[in-house]
Design a protein around this ligand. Sequence first.
Ligand SMILES: Cc1cc2nc3c(=O)[nH]c(=O)nc-3n(C[C@H](O)[C@H](O)[C@H](O)COP(=O)(O)OP(=O)(O)OC[C@H]3O[C@@H](n4cnc5c(N)ncnc54)[C@H](O)[C@@H]3O)c2cc1C
Length: 446
Amino acid sequence: MHNQSIWAETVTMPNFLPLTQDIKTDTLIIGGGMTGLLCGHFMKEQGRDYILIEQNQIAGHTTAGTTAKITTQHGLIYSNLLRYQGEDIAQGYYLANKEALQRLTDMAQNTDCDFEYQTNLVYDMESEVSIEDEIKALEEIGGAGIFVKKPEGLPVTPKAAIATLNQAQFHPLKFAKAIAAPQQEHIYEKTRALGIEKEGTGYIISTADGHAIRAKEVIIATHFPFKNIRGLYFIKMHQSRSYEILLEGIGKDKLPPFMAMGSQPENLSLRTYKDKLILGGHGGKTGENHGNFNQLLEDARHYYPEAKVTRTWAAQDCMTLDQMPYIGNHNPSYENIKVATGYNKWGMTNSMVAALALTDQMEREIADIFYPHRSMAHPQVLVNLATSTANLLKLKRPRCSHLGCALVWNKEEQSWDCPCHGSRFHKEGSILNEPAQKPITKPSGV
Ligand SMILES: Cc1cc2nc3c(=O)[nH]c(=O)nc-3n(C[C@H](O)[C@H](O)[C@H](O)COP(=O)(O)OP(=O)(O)OC[C@H]3O[C@@H](n4cnc5c(N)ncnc54)[C@H](O)[C@@H]3O)c2cc1C
């Protein structure tokens, strides 16, 4: 079908020239998604010397496929963080995201980006207790949520939900376009970073076109870090894919007056865009079997039989071991190479958290909770290792060009997907999703 989001369809993005010579700068930002653009926005504001390079088009990758809900309520996260990681971490995560929500709403309100304040709802299909626990956890760390028994306006009938007021939604690409415009002389598109080497007290970054960028500091904002071995990102992250469809022709009375998501990954996610509904869900780990578009389309036919599906798209995000992003030093040996990744599908506020932390606008104590090299003692690390080992040992072809795992054919999206780290390839062999940096040879027999 389509596979281009409503966002990409409804805005004309600006073009920036590629880099055509060697260049020197204080800070090099690699990657022009929400993270890179927000880092650049603050550097511009601070009058700093920086450049941003983007391998394709700014905001054309994960940021183009987002649902763009701006909220601090990332599922039932606070009861989990409080239980397994303690009060300091839960409160730090909440405060960082609250600040990010405030900064984003302040900026977006003065921008042509279809910004709207909206209530956010997280519902639970099975239990009221989980919602009560989440509200208690929020109260312990200084937040608040409203208990809603059997919320109305959803296509399903949950047991209960938590409502968070004064959250927001926007058009992510209109926003990206607006914050990129003043950065005109700093941004280079169609410029791909290949390697980073230490040179004196700084770094030398080579591009695919053979140019050299000399920088004192580097920010890797490439979604999955394009250099991921030394920081062990290939062990401490996996990717999860989500499916979205756009529904038109739903009566105003049936459109939800809030943004919503369920507490479980298989539950539906909803938000409106003007008089349309974006319905998401049935995603799962890249390279494994999950509901995919078919199940989502079935739900749409069931719950909104009058609606027309006018667009479908899918995207994937990096998932960490402990539900918190990795923001800070890319690897412990190099102080001035920074990274921001692993937003667990909550990259609107978390990319702002990263931009604030990496441009020194966040209290050190809070910024430090996102340190990428915190403990990896978590059961998910064993799952990640077991999956990688099993797929490395499989004799099947084709193999992923990243670390050599056996690829899985995704019939519905006509792609070769890696169950280990989430790289994806077009049936002809070109890269669709990182961390792979090289295409594969076109597999025969497909
Ligand atoms: C289906 C879906 C729905 C979501 N919904 C929400 C939501 O409602 N709310 C929310 O908060 N979050 C949401 N998220 C998460 C959010 O969209 C992402 O976390 C966020 O967009 C990631 O932004 P980014 O800048 O880190 O990555 P990207 O947008 O992927 O940007 C990285 C950029 O780096 C470039 N790049 C990569 N390698 C190189 C290289 N070697 N050289 C130069 N450039 C390079 C890429 O081309 C890309 O443009 C959702 C995610 C998904 C998948």
